[in-house]
Design a protein around this ligand. Structure first.
Ligand code: BT5
Length: 269
């Protein structure tokens, strides 16, 4: 149903203290990340926790300028503004927290177990195959001391996309409707996600790392993988052994050397 995420209904359902209290609903936008980035440039005092959400994106983005596609009114497509003031190395904490909060909220709404694929995918396994049900896009700005002064976390979750309208992708796409067999309230899922995320961000601000909760959900660990960049030839082939506290992937190659990977695409071999 279109319009269920419009401002009045959202405001009535939201239970958070600050996350999402500044909320901008748009029926259509180019990309919620781009829109929020422009808002942050225009307004030096944009509140932390500002959310921009759209029912349709004409230029939804993944990493490396890849496209994020979703039919109008079927998905959750939003971006959240943060002022972490953390060391730059800790930037991935935001991806970790948003991934775990999304996974928990999806399971609460559907009963479906969500795994995470390093670095930024929400995954569901059925029919002997992994499917991508959502993705995250972190973009941040550093100050002169290498601190993360502002950051935008974009998240797309395929909620009620019918099977015939799923995007065609290398990793098969799915939606909660297709995997779970029934439509899900986007509003309930959204407000539950924001409540969980707010609690995690507050814990992180008092020093509690989200690393363990995130690491535990990573389907990538212990598996033979190939790591590549932007569709290039595999850079590293080996076994994904673990992650660093900052979220880098540790891959042991055939001669036993451990590579620390900060960015890239992982394929399970
Ligand atoms: C991601 O990138 O997975 C991050 C996606 C972030 C999207 C959100 S929506 C709200 C906010 N505003 C934006 O403009 N973006 C964020 P990446 O790992 O690069 O994966 C992109 C790839 O996923 C594409 O190249 C396709 O192969 C595939 N794909 C595209 N749309 C998909 C979908 N709806 N479901 C599953 N896979 C998809």
């Amino acid at each position: 149903m279109q319009g269920e995420l419009a401002t009045a209904a959202f405001g009535a359902a939201l239970t958070t203290n600050w996350l999402g209290r500044s909320y901008h609903y748009l029926a259509t936008v180019t990309s919620t990340n781009d829109c929020l980035k422009e808002m942050a440039v225009r307004d030096n005092h944009l509140p932390a926790g500002t959310v921009v959400l759209a029912d349709y994106q004409s230029q939804g983005r993944g990493r490396l300028e890849r496209q994020w596609e979703a039919p109008a009114g079927t998905s959750l497509l939003l971006s959240i503004f943060f002022r972490p003031n953390w060391p730059a190395e800790q930037a991935q904490w935001l991806t970790m927290m948003a991934s775990v909060a999304a996974a928990e909220a999806i399971t609460a709404a559907t009963g479906l177990p969500i795994a995470l694929k390093w670095p930024n995918d929400l995954m569901l396994e059925y029919d002997g195959q992994w499917h991508k049900v959502g993705g995250l896009l972190l973009e941040g700005g550093l100050d002169h001391d290498g601190r993360l002064t502002s950051a935008i976390v974009g998240i797309g979750i395929n909620v009620n996309i019918p099977a015939a309208q799923l995007p065609v992708a290398n990793t098969p796409a799915t939606s909660l409707l297709v995997a779970g067999g029934r439509p899900i309230s986007r509003l309930t899922l959204l407000t539950d996600f924001l409540a969980r995320l707010e609690a995690m961000v507050e814990a992180a601000e008092s020093g509690v790392s989200p690393h363990a909760a995130w690491n535990q959900r990573l389907m990538t660990l212990g598996r033979p993988v190939q790591v590549s960049n932007a569709g290039s030839e595999p850079l590293i082939t080996g076994v994904a052994e673990g992650t660093t506290p900052e979220g880098q992937l540790l891959v042991r190659d055939g001669v036993g050397r451990v590579h620390t990977v900060s960015a890239g695409d992982v394929t399970l071999r």
